[in-house]
Design a protein around this ligand. Sequence first.
Ligand code: HEM
Length: 538
Amino acid sequence: MHNNMLWAVVAISFLFLVWRIFKNRNRRNLPPGPRGWPIVGNLPHVAGEGQIWRLLTKWKYEYGPLTYLNLCGQDVIVINSRPAALEILERRSAMYSDRPRFIVSEYLGSELAMPFTRYTKAWQNMRRATHEVLHNQAAPQYHPVQTEEAIILVQNLLFDHSSTLREKLNASAATMLSVIYGRKSVNSSFLPSAQVGKPAITISEAPDKLLITSDILQSLANIGHRFTSSVYPGAYLVDAFPILEYLPESLAKWKRDAVRDRKLMGEAFQSYYEEALRNDDNRGSLCARLEDTSLGSGLTYEEKWWVTGVVSVAALETTSTTLAYFIFAMTLYPHVQQRAHEELDRVIGRTQNPMFSDLKNLPYIRAVVKEILRWNPPLPVVVPRIALEDDWYENYLIPKGTAILENLWGMNYDKDVYGPDVDEFRPERFLLETEKVDEYELKPEFENEDGHNSYGFGRRKCVGKHVADNALFIGICTILWAMNIEPVECNIDLARNTLDTVNPIPDFQCKFTPRFEGLDSFLQQLRDNFEYFKQSRD
Ligand code: HEM
């Protein structure tokens, strides 16, 4: 019985392929791209290719702003340049805000997981609710908690030897969790202190079975990877041959795993949400606001716990990966660290800690934040969009149904924009030359512009970007103010293989030493008086 079904599926898959290939004939004016194989097209080029963004960027220099790929008959167009992304994804966003159907991701629950959701009413409601608490004007309300978290991070980096660097960075990036779930929930019940010392699971070690543990941070990171690796080009045969979806679960391991993992994720998100509602006496958390106010109107109960869970996932690893790359950059570029130290000594001194009100006076640090997001974006490529209509860009056809892949890495490494030294970490590219030695000025065009492409484009652009920028600014500033960072082990393979859309953190070791006497007691004093931040210069 199973054999007959298998043969039927193979036969239908073949017919489906022939139809797709036939459909592709006679279509001229597609953008250029590498020549594909018969039937499977460019699938062999990309399947199993770790860090696909490096390959896409190599192609960018051969084919230009758009590269055409054919993955088993599925049209894919890679956007490699910022002007093309602005024109297609921003100016024509109504046509390019939907995501293609990824079958495994759908079984995992993508219709509830905001970054992966189709362009539906449910997505609109989720976007509205999250925008409301994360937009530009809303973001400063988190300054106090972000400043406190930066102090805690610095204290942990310098004086806590019981946990790994990754655990410390994750714990710090969890600031958003206290906003989403409320500080009491985050501190008292399911959060990390109890887990300190437990080794982090890296991508390569990630278990087959999605692991949800009592450590919420680790669980959220695992959930993130489960989704991001499910949409990696070529990850699952069923996405190339959709007919395979109809195989019964007994013949389709991917389906059994996805159904099981969706249930695990849903249960975890629901328990975090309900725990937060029980613990949040002040009703200030996002969970409480979704329950108590009009913010949650339009969202079902299930959508509320998924949106809070998924925004936590989206916030966590992106921010901690960026901080890890920042520390890594400091080990490689000591002169950048030295310039940053000089700026901090001049503007802040050593008797007070950095605050958000110092931002305007710290152009060099602001340039470091921009450069770190340019140099190693946590998401070098993002979940694709889909073209809802036939369209044209310059003289190229973008056929309806094409998957559009944003190569953010390729845009950040554009030599025409950033100069020939794109591989170098050089904050000065965002700064003006000034008369005064050691004093810097941000180029005016970057006062309000990111200067990189790492938050994406159009209606699906990162909804947490303002909060992320703030967390990175105060985190980076406080780390640099407090410590020297030196390399210990620097034998690094930056192009390490990964079949994931998240940029893997290099395996490096470094040493942190305090920059001035008495720092430990100063930090402790600040911690003891955290109330201070609430009435501070912010
Ligand atoms: C360094 C930090 C971060 C980076 C580089 C980053 C980058 C991105 C990118 C590239 C996308 C996809 C955009 C697209 O499809 O064009 C995205 C989506 C998203 N991000 Fe972020 N992100 C960061 C931090 C955060 C934070 C802190 C939050 C929440 C507080 C967040 C929440 C989200 C959500 C919910 C989406 C899905 C948006 C949608 O589909 O409508 N991100 N982010």
